[in-house]
Write a new protein. Structure first.
Length: 90
């Protein structure tokens, strides 16, 4: 599983309210760590923060800001959201 899919899954479960970057990174860290492949939290946090920064800039981006400071949710009007919902990764 890659970071993009893990972030998408976490925010899909979060719903309209969204989550903070810290909570997203925490959930992604837990979902990506396995017995044989350990990832440092600081590395995961940096990757998640970079992904969110790059994918929440425009009104058509896959992520959008919520009314609460530092919280993000999925932008249901973006083409990428529609594609990911139609063809989820197994």
């Amino acid at each position: 599983m890659n970071y993009e899919q893990a972030i998408f899954d976490v925010l899909l479960e979060a719903g309209e309210k969204g989550l903070s970057v810290k909570n997203i990174a925490h959930h992604v860290h837990n979902s990506l760590n396995t017995f044989f492949d350990k990832k440092e939290y600081s590395e995961v946090y940096a990757q998640v923060r970079q992904y969110i920064k790059n994918n929440s800039r425009n009104s058509y981006s896959v992520l959008e800001h919520t009314a609460e400071r530092g919280c993000y949710r999925l932008n249901k009007n973006s083409e990428k959201y529609i594609q990911l919902r139609l063809f989820p990764n197994p």
